[in-house]
Write a protein that binds this ligand. Sequence first.
Ligand SMILES: NC(=O)c1ccc[n+]([C@@H]2O[C@H](COP(=O)([O-])OP(=O)(O)OC[C@H]3O[C@@H](n4cnc5c(N)ncnc54)[C@H](OP(=O)(O)O)[C@@H]3O)[C@@H](O)[C@H]2O)c1
Length: 177
Amino acid sequence: MAKLLYSVTMSADGFIAGPNGDMQWMRPYLEPNPGVDELIPQIGSILVGRRSHDGDDPHKGEPGAGEAFGGGWDGPLFVVTHRPPSTPEPGVTYVDQLPKAIAAAKAAAGDKYVNIIGADIARQCLAAGEVDEVLLIVAPVFLGDGTRVFAEPGGRTVRLRPHPAASGSNLRYDVLR
Ligand SMILES: NC(=O)c1ccc[n+]([C@@H]2O[C@H](COP(=O)([O-])OP(=O)(O)OC[C@H]3O[C@@H](n4cnc5c(N)ncnc54)[C@H](OP(=O)(O)O)[C@@H]3O)[C@@H](O)[C@H]2O)c1
């Protein structure tokens, strides 16, 4: 049975994008990451929010730009959106309801991970009790403003327990339910 993992690179002050969705902040920190290299083959599908799917690519201008993990991963992508486009895109399924998207991404992942991309989608998956693990790759920079790794109006406590695969700046946790 597939597990859901919310994985993201964030600044040391907890932002995953700078103001106005800026992702170029990440460019100086796109370094080899053995923990991520180990994880990539364990990912069976990606569940991504429309804003992340359409957004600014930190790999802009490089080979692999516009692809998951800068071209390091290939597989089925499920984009959650209220506005599914009419033109099909190979390998991409647009889904207009989150529960349906989760079910489809899980079915496609088999016994591998569904990797969640996008803070809004991750927030909703956490609220629904669907997230099993979190991987926060911390870049050594403060951004001061932007999209938070986790934001819930009024607050929500999500208890985490360190995961055995955590190492260095790869903060990895099990989500306690
Ligand atoms: N640091 C990193 O590793 C990293 C990785 C990826 C992305 N990012 C950046 O982080 C930011 C993430 O943005 P975000 O968290 O605001 O957005 P997101 O989760 O990527 O996408 C949110 C969008 O998904 C659609 N959506 C959300 N819930 C839905 C639902 N229940 N049903 C149908 N559609 C739904 C809506 O789009 P529509 O209404 O338009 O359809 C919504 O605006 C972006 O700027 C992205 O570039 C950072």
